[in-house]
Write a protein that binds this ligand. Sequence first.
Ligand code: TRP
Ligand code: ZN
Length: 868
Amino acid sequence: MQPKAKFRKDYRAPEFTITDISLDIQLDADRTFVTSTLKVERKVEGATHLRLDGHSFDFLSLKLNGEPYSNVEKDNESLTIDVSAVADQFELQIETGLNPAQNTSLQGLYQSGDAICTQCEAEGFRQITYMLDRPDVLAKYRTKITANKAKYPFLLSNGNRIAQGDLTDGRHWVEWEDPFFKPSYLFALVAGDFDLLTDYFITKSGRKVALEIYVDRGNLDRASWAMESLKRSMKWDEERFGLEYDLDIYMIVAVDFFNMGAMENKGLNIFNSKFVLAKPETATDTDYLDIESVIAHEYFHNWTGNRITCRDWFQLSLKEGLTVFRDQEFTSDLWSRPAKRIEDVRLLRAVQFAEDASPMAHPIRPEKVIEMNNFYTVTVYEKGAEVIRMLHTLLGEEKFQQGMQLYIQENDGKAATCEDFVSAMERASGIDLTQFRRWYSQSGTPELTVSDEYDAARQIYRLHVTQHTPSTADQLEKLNLHIPLKVALIGETSGQKIPLIYQNESINEILNVTQEQQTFEFHHVNERPVPALLGDFSAPVRLDFDYSAEQLIALLKFADNDFIRWDAIQTLFNNELKENLARLQQGELLQFSEKFADALAMLLNNVTDPQLTALMLTLPKETEFAELFKNIDPIGIAKVREYLLESIAAHFETNFVQLYHINECGAYQVNAEDIAKRALRNVCLSYLAFTDRGEELVKAHYFAADNMTDTLAALSAATKAELECRDELLADFEEKWHQDGLVMDKWFALQATRPDENVLEIVQGLLEHRSFNINNPNRIRSLVGSFASQNPKAFHNADGSGYRFLVDMLIKLNESNPQVASRLIEPLIKLSRYDNQRQTLMKRGLERLKNLDNLARDLFEKVEKVLQ
Ligand code: TRP
Ligand code: ZN
């Protein structure tokens, strides 16, 4: 049977709802029994059949109003109960049996290490018991868990602990009640033995909230950063959004086996341990910041996601785009706003733009879904956040916050739609968002082509703007969007910012691009300007303006917008790469242009902001460069990129050495100043690795490091530059950390991205490594995922070996964990960007998958889209 698609347009309110659910769970890793008691209400008069979702468990019994009931029909994914002769309110009692230890999909109820936990978003609850498993059915939950006390001293669920007790057979029980109505995807349960870190937070209205973080035994010394992050998040949400926490307890549990980052279950977040655990010896600066932002993200969901949830899964961006926007703002307020912006834009350009160009292209509010797990994408999350950010730009902070208040007032306790959100923003601000709404329904990356014209005599400057959105796999016709374009004009010679004036009025720096072609005119422009376009990346578009190298250097020198300065150097890097790739393809010698060297020299000779300088000196990754091309030459890009690395290193060795020494830090501390210094110093190291002093310097750096940031920087530099010491360092690291999966993930990822010719052989060998475990998604992603997505040169090896390897892995994962398989397949479905030979080989791999007789719907949806 082929999986069937669901369409957004087919949404119907449910005929029945469930108001109360009481779960009695007899928990055991090998055999768990669940008794679910549901209070059901008929919502549509005359509705005769109640269809409940459920699969992957043993259905043991059903009672209707206390009596065994058999007027039902069961299929592979549901149970349909004939209730034609039943009153409008009735009670169902359902008994199921399941096996958490054998559930490798990590959805529903499963075992992680020695603990047992749940993952219910999007449709995992139905793997526990029959339920109206859809986000617009909001119920009150009461959960009683009974389990062996020695093995599972902690028994957790949502809400407040209301009772507990011991049994005589070594088991104990705990009962939980969640006072808030919630959809089934926010249900959670955890059982296990943990170390517990406790703290508290006093809310702005003076309530005391108990904070609890549960980690594997022995990891208490890695939990405090997460706790501090949680408190900062709670405080920030009160200050910036006026939002206060609502329960008396907030729990976070870190588990090792987890399909994604973390999950916002009401009052009981479950986290991938990667986003909780940190101490200086094991976590990098990036890890620290990632942990803080994921903790914040899940906490912010309590309002944007839980109190107000989604009506249906097509509305996912309602909670995800908004919550990502909120966590981005949090990080920007606490750390460096430009640095955060730059990192987010890099992700968007390299991954989201690529998704738009792939068979999986979809609007932030998808129209058609086969497997919902496939739509937790960079488009829904990151582009979704960009759409919220554009609203924020158009409305300004004050009106935006008024819109938030209205949205919350109107939708608290409900399951809402994206339209409810936009409508609240529109009514609160009085700004017409009719055209803006198209961002929700239209997929693809818009292109803005801009040209300019300067009339020196009349002091008039014009910008001609054209918008065009190329068609995408899911949608041929595109409409014009409402695009906020942030501009500044900078005097080409004076470097002065030129005020934006039309007639005699000053005009806003945000231009409203709404038509296919528009001209914006500026008056009293007394010198030829260089336009700084798309400041702060004011819209998720590709910008095409034919900047000369001189103009880019002027932006680099004079722009007051850090994003613009960073972007100017990006364009210089990109041009340098493109020109050299053309030379390479024509068999000419590669060249390092003087203009480019001038720009870098300027940067290196006056470093005022180490953080920004580090970002500006960072050479774009292969995957970032790849997005410059419709047809990607993975081998050529890798070659030219390495040439650029080496040339920059050789050219600026003295500068790098100097900066390397100036930016040394004292004992490791996580603060903005030190993070910035380490970042800059380690970028310098990554270049110096390619010089004659590389060997000595990198080795010394490795052995002097008192923290993972520096250790990993050295290890990475040694590997990328293929230094002699790299094997010694890799072995040293492995010996020290082989028991620690999270730390070994860094090592696996480095191995998988080695530039060595025989890297695939190395990766295949590592599948047998003592620290590797194919059932752990973090290990899979760092070894197999990094190879496929971060080592394009090896993955796209012309002999097809990279593709074959990935498909072999996918065939295994298709059975054990389809959700992870479906993320891993991404580089393979982007075949249309490569040459014919590669396309043929990639297709061959996809056909192997297609021919499996048990292809999971997750992979089916993607494979079908490519082969169509
Ligand atoms: N809602 C979660 C978040 O954004 C992500 C999520 C969705 C998830 N499905 C999941 C996490 C499955 C783990 C497993 O924070
Ligand atoms: Zn989220």
